[in-house]
Design a protein around this ligand. Structure first.
Ligand SMILES: *[C@@H]1O[C@H](CO)[C@@H](O)[C@H](O)[C@H]1NC(C)=O
Ligand SMILES: *[C@@H]1O[C@H](CO)[C@@H](O)[C@H](O)[C@H]1NC(C)=O
Ligand SMILES: *[C@@H]1O[C@H](CO)[C@@H](O)[C@H](O)[C@H]1NC(C)=O
Ligand SMILES: *[C@@H]1O[C@H](CO)[C@@H](O)[C@H](O)[C@H]1NC(C)=O
Ligand SMILES: *[C@@H]1O[C@H](CO)[C@@H](O)[C@H](O)[C@H]1NC(C)=O
Ligand SMILES: *[C@@H]1O[C@H](CO)[C@@H](O)[C@H](O)[C@H]1NC(C)=O
Ligand SMILES: *[C@@H]1O[C@H](CO)[C@@H](O)[C@H](O)[C@H]1NC(C)=O
Length: 384
């Protein structure tokens, strides 16, 4: 009898112990999966250092279903890429956790706010990624096109507007994208030979930024890949500083011109920020182009970025140093992901899809979506 009783007693003690162990384990596991994060932690932690880790909950949305926001060429599922293992990773910063993305919380936090992506096609990819993240990649008829509020209408004879702006009516959150590949002010020149030359004012922010800065709460800038002699000539851009044409000398080197522009813009923005206390400004570092990207095995180049070093993009890093403009340092972590570009030998359009032009180009610059730009957005959101 006693034996039996003590057995029961022991039994319940061990049962409570087991329950306790289970409880602690569950707490630990859930703490690991759903990190509680303090903003202080993120602010003191270098988000650019860390590791790509497998995550069964990835991708954050379906590339098939997010057609409303994704350009076909960025949607590798629409384009018929056969391998998708690259979609199953998230970035784990070293020494801190970023909160798991939750679109309802995100939109609530962004109530009455406008998020603007201004830059080149990589910035546009980040914009499309955020639209998919914020809608869960689902058809969203309630989202309003408010482009006209920002003058984003298709100019006469142009194939597309200079950008797009969409509003989530439940939270009054606006997300917009504006095309400014060089982040300079571009003004058509008069009476020039050849005609159609465009003055590219390296020391003047694009008019769009000057006009609408007061309406932005989050501004994300990027540039880089249009700074080549070839592209500048094809665009008929003529560099100007102080309102006059500059040729030769320091500006003959396009890399110098880019550096001068980024530094001028950041300096101007830094002076504007105290006048716009609600605005947070970020400069995204350059998105890496790979020489070759036919690899399909994730993390073949390694999974970690460690060490004391700074950004691989020393131009943006030094421009924002000591200013109120924040760096969104995505270069090194993206460089590990050569398998996640839109090009590759396997990329062929599906017969059934409505894709008219096959990506016969070898594009080792742009990224599949869902994909790497989703991570850029997670790092951005962690800092808002
Ligand atoms: C939406 O947000 C803007 C600020 O971004 C504010 O000026 C406007 O009044 C808001 N509209 C509504 C309907 O809440
Ligand atoms: C959003 O704007 C509306 C209208 O101006 C206001 O009533 C509401 O309190 C604002 N919400 C937040 C979170 O700022
Ligand atoms: C041409 O010059 C005039 C006078 O300086 C100016 O008003 C105009 O905006 C310029 N640009 C074009 C494209 O005509
Ligand atoms: C532009 O003007 C500033 C101030 O007058 C001067 O310091 C600078 O050298 C000028 N830059 C060029 C490229 O003309
Ligand atoms: C990638 O292309 C190179 C030739 O450019 C070839 O040797 C290599 O086998 C290809 N790799 C894959 C994974 O297809
Ligand atoms: C940032 O500026 C400080 C002070 O001017 C300088 O010591 C430091 O080396 C700079 N860091 C970078 C990454 O440029
Ligand atoms: C392709 O596009 C045409 C015209 O936009 C449309 O009528 C057709 O249904 C589309 N086909 C598919 C398979 O989506």
């Amino acid at each position: 009898m006693y034996g039996g009783k003590s057995y029961i007693l022991k039994g319940s003690v061990s049962l409570s112990l087991i329950i306790l162990i289970l409880l602690v384990t569950t707490l630990l596991v859930s703490a690991k999966n759903q990190p509680r994060i303090s903003l202080v932690e993120v602010k003191t932690c270098n988000l650019a250092k860390g590791e790509w880790v497998e995550d069964k909950k990835r991708p954050l949305y379906s590339g098939f279903e997010c057609k409303q926001w994704l350009s076909n060429i960025f949607s590798c599922r629409v384009m018929g890429r056969p391998d998708f293992s690259f979609e199953g990773y998230r970035w784990q910063p070293e020494g801190c956790n970023i909160p798991e993305f939750n679109r309802v919380n995100f939109l609530r936090r962004m109530q009455n706010k406008t998020i603007a992506f201004i830059g080149d096609s990589l910035g546009r990819e980040q914009f499309q990624s955020l639209m998919c993240m914020a809608t869960g990649g689902k058809e969203s008829p309630e989202v309003q096109n408010v482009g006209s509020e920002y003058g984003l209408v298709i100019p006469k004879g142009a194939p597309r507007p200079g950008g797009w702006a969409y509003r989530f009516p439940t939270t009054n959150t606006t997300v917009l994208s504006y095309w400014s590949a060089s982040l300079t002010d571009l003004v058509p020149m008069n009476n020039t030979d050849p005609p159609h030359l465009i003055a590219m004012h390296l020391d003047r922010p694009p008019a769009f930024i000057r006009n609408y800065l007061h309406r932005f709460h989050v501004l994300v800038l990027n540039t880089g890949h249009h700074w080549s002699r070839d592209k500048i000539e094809k665009n008929h851009w003529v560099m100007h500083v102080n309102g006059t044409r500059v040729e030769g000398g320091y500006f003959k080197n396009v890399e110098n011109a880019k550096k001068f522009t980024i530094h001028s813009l950041v300096k101007w923005l830094d002076a504007q920020l105290p006048l716009h206390p609600r605005l947070k400004a970020f400069f995204t570092t350059i998105s890496p182009r790979h020489e070759k990207c036919n690899n399909t095995i994730p993390l073949s180049r390694g999974s970690k970025i460690t060490g004391e070093g700074g950004s691989l993009d020393t131009i943006v890093e030094s421009a924002v140093n000591g200013t109120r403009v924040k760096i969104l340092d995505i270069t090194a972590l993206s460089k590990l992901r050569d398998e996640a570009h839109i090009a590759g030998c396997k990329l062929k359009p599906k017969k059934a899809s409505n894709v008219t032009s096959a990506p016969t180009f070898n594009d080792c610059l742009h990224w599949c979506l869902p994909g790497i730009p989703d991570t850029w957005n997670e790092l951005l959101i962690a800092q808002l």
